[in-house]
Design a protein around this ligand. Sequence first.
Ligand code: GLA
Length: 380
Amino acid sequence: MQVNQSLKNKFIQLYGEGEVVISSAPGRVNIIGDHTDYNEGFVLPAAINFNTRVLARKRNDNYINVVALDINNEQVSFELTNIESGEDGTWSNYVKGTLLVLKSAGFQFDGADLLISGDIPQGAGLSSSAAFEIAILKSFCELYKLDLTGIQAAQLGQKAENEFVGCQCGIMDQLISALGQERHAMLLDCRDLSYKYANIPENLAIMIIDSKVKRQLVDSEYNIRREQCEKVAKHFSKPSLREVSLQELEQNRSLLDDVLFRRAKHVITENQRTLAAYDALNDENLALMSKLMMQSHLSLKNDFEVSTSEIDKLVEIVATELGEKVGVRMTGGGFGGCVVAVLPKERAEVLAKKVLDKYLSETRITAQIHLCTAEQGAFF
Ligand code: GLA
């Protein structure tokens, strides 16, 4: 509340007195199921207690004015009728892209004054960009009474990222940011977008360990992975790897390039693990979660090749400390970023301390640890 009040004051300082509408959308952590979403597979993420907030007020013209509080109060203005992409990686491209796809989808709205602020660590793989897109969409739904479902919002956010920002991401991040549920993870079928929630047991903590190694080459390597997966699907004349079984893949091993074989093997086995993890979470079976998450990590490391030595180090430290009392793996797109661990709450404090100490002594890097809760999405 206090945060909102001080943001409101800031907004009024910038744009003058009047009504201010506050919207927000959460980041996410993926418990299991990585690089499966764009292969029409399964994912099991949760929305977390880190958010992007958008403060907004309607304008009577076509202008959008945006100030990014956390990026040195950088200011961008543009006209809705003339949206052009700025330099690569510019934060304002997310606003522009999102509003462009919203307009193209036939929604009617005019301009707005906006102030953006948030506490999702950037470049850590916790989906600050998806939360940004969803928060902007939520904000325009509130301002202009647009009737947008959570699924539609997720699809538009993904479209903005694919077509305007240039990352060929799947739909997981936007969808969980829109439709996450408090104290639950979501099993999402990325083929038909059906979903169901798994209760996160009261006694379990979700720990996110930020390796503090900024993610690099993310978009280019990510897009390459996606192309490789699509190549294998094409080899089988299937629309996606979801339609290819492990047995079919094994039978075609000699016909496929080794790298392509391993990429597809990751995706197909990760789908199986994700379904099993949903049941394990519901059954409060931590030993099974532990096994599945470790298999997932090794598959992402060895077959999909998206982990880094620092992330592997963190996983090793956590697993060595708690064995089958913890599920631990890299989370998200990879190439740096964060590790997720699921463990009994009473073990969290001691583990956090040990991880920080060991990681520092072995890598000379100070990690950052967040104990997270699963939260509600912007369109839930
Ligand atoms: C990024 C993408 C998602 C998903 C993950 C990997 O977060 O935005 O769509 O592909 O990587 O699971």
